[in-house]
Design a protein around this ligand. Structure first.
Ligand SMILES: C[S@@+](CC[C@H](N)C(=O)[O-])C[C@H]1O[C@@H](n2cnc3c(N)ncnc32)[C@H](O)[C@@H]1O
Length: 495
């Protein structure tokens, strides 16, 4: 049963109610919800804007969704030349939504480009002045939490909000009072989401007041994803009628203290979820040994984090990043007590895979993607979690690439892939078959599911054209799988 709220763009199986334990309001299931089902689907944002670096390479109308399908080269808006679009369809949609109002302002202040939060605030103010918001939606927006008292106590954030609001008030010429604009800015800070592609890469920020009502738990039951401008909140576990919907505001794979500090600093609350109730007893906090003296571990962590900082600095060359990330991972590994899944180890590997791809080191990227797929993700993420599916997909893409382009192993690779005599085609089929068979319960968004489904059909048809059907050859598939397991084990021995 899907119900419609009185809000025009919202379809949901929830309603909003006061939540227990001082959480303010929250969303609660109005029916039982199965894993993979939509808890909430929002067609049109209240506001969504691209991060400044993405203005260059992402369509401001479809946020990359149509762009991926059409492959069109983006064209800059001829008025302001700040935002770009796939074509007239994307341009005219955004023009009607808000760009007609902001375009003359962007043009006037060029070459300066406002940062993402100021552009979002400007859109809210301009749309409000033109009565472009649905009154019910706006009422929920006005009721959203701001934590203005806590913000007032942290001078840095207050100063930033005041400066942004003042600038937006001036540029927009609105007669809304500066205090009200600041209140909107505080709401935006607290309640906005990372706008992501259907592959879960961040591209901007997004706000819808109804989605802003969802509270956090480190032991969350739902996840958020975007397909263009559409937001999907999907159930990751079975949710019973009356249960509260929880998402994660932060990376919940980090240890207890880090999670709690982040929630306190950014969202001003002490998390009381079931995971935090277990304190430092959960997987995320565990070391491999119980040595009493933690100094060597703390030193290794500090040094690894320093290396990470320099590795991700914008002026670091990919080859240099790779060296630093590998050195950081080695430092943690060397302690003999740091599990692969304990942060920052797992996220160092994520960043390493990206740097290896950028540097064209595809064989090593494949090895680390396989380690992540087999040894890390199953422990860190629920099987319906979109991150798991996206990582599996990137392993598929890498395997396809190696199988089509051929490869030459790098002597620096922890193992030489050719020694394992992998049959890439069967591996690709196997991972895609797994991904496809779990699509229904997975929390990924429709475009992602379509991409995976199409690729599987294509790969399966190629096998069929050669008179083969991998689903009938379980022994061969399992032999390939064992080879991959061995490759991963050997690579980890060398880490
Ligand atoms: C995005 S808002 C969520 C909606 C909010 N409850 C409201 O009524 O507007 C985030 C704020 O909700 C509250 N909140 C969310 N999750 C919480 C939790 N697990 N424990 C306590 N407060 C929470 C905090 O005040 C937090 O700053």
């Amino acid at each position: 049963m899907t119900s419609r709220t009185p809000l025009p763009s919202v379809t949901t199986k929830t309603d909003s109610q006061p939540a227990p334990n001082g959480m303010g309001n929250g969303l609660f299931a109005t029916t039982d919800i199965n894993p993979g089902e939509d808890v909430l689907h929002i067609k049109t944002p209240f506001v969504a804007v691209l991060d400044s670096p993405r203005l260059e390479d992402t369509c401001a109308g479809c946020f990359g969704k149509r762009q991926m399908e059409t492959g069109n080269e983006l064209k800059a808006c001829t008025g302001c030349r700040v935002v770009k679009y796939c074509d007239r369809t994307c341009q005219s949609k955004d023009w009607k939504f808000a760009h007609s109002l902001e375009c003359p302002i962007f043009k006037e202040i060029k070459p300066r480009v406002l940062p993402n939060n100021a552009r979002a605030l400007l859109r809210i103010v301009l749309r409000t002045a033109r009565n472009k918001y649905d009154p019910e939606e706006f009422k929920i927006f006005e009721g959203l939490e701001t934590h203005i008292n806590e913000i007032a106590a942290s001078q840095g954030q207050l100063d930033r909000i005041i400066l942004t609001s003042r600038a937006v008030k001036n540029y927009s010429g609105t007669d809304v009072e500066e205090g009200t604009v600041s209140n909107y800015a505080a709401k935006l800070d607290l309640n906005s989401f990372n706008l992501t592609t259907s592959m879960y890469d961040r591209i901007g920020l997004y706000l819808h007041p109804y989605a802003g009502l969802i509270n956090h738990s480190c032991d969350y039951n739902s996840t958020v994803g975007f397909d263009g401008e559409e937001l999907y909140v999907k159930a990751m576990q079975p949710i019973k009628k009356g249960e509260q919907i929880f998402i994660s505001y932060i990376d919940t794979t980090t240890p207890y203290d880090i999670r709690r500090n982040e929630l306190k600093e950014r969202y001003f609350f002490d998390c009381q979820c079931t995971k935090c109730a277990k304190g430092t007893e959960t997987l995320e906090d565990r070391f491999l040994s119980t040595q009493k003296d933690k100094t060597p571990l703390e030193t290794a962590e500090r040094e690894a984090l320093q290396l990470l900082q320099t590795a991700i600095a914008s002026d670091t060359e990919p080859a240099d990043s790779i060296e630093k990330l590998e050195a950081a991972m080695h430092k943690l590994h060397e302690t003999g007590a740091w599990p692969l899944i304990r942060q920052p180890y797992a996220s160092l590997r994520d960043k390493l895979i990206i740097s290896l791809l950028t540097a064209g080191k595809f064989t090593r990227a494949f090895i680390h993607a396989a380690i992540r797929f087999l040894r890390i993700d199953p422990l860190l993420y629920d099987k319906a979690h979109p991150i798991r599916h996206v990582h599996a997909w990137s392993l598929v893409r890498l395997t396809v690439f190696l199988s089509q382009e051929g490869f030459q192993s790098d002597p620096k690779d922890p193992v030489q892939i050719q020694d394992f005599q992998l049959n890439f085609h069967y591996l690709i089929w196997y991972i895609l078959a797994e991904l496809t068979s779990t699509q229904l319960e997975s929390c990924t968004v429709p475009s992602f599911k379509k991409l995976v489904g199409n690729q599987f059909v294509q790969v399966h048809n190629e096998f069929k054209a050669n008179g083969l059907d991998p689903s009938k050859n379980k022994a061969l598939l399992s032999a390939e799988w064992n080879k991959l397991e061995r490759l991963v084990d050997k690579a980890l021995e060398k880490e």
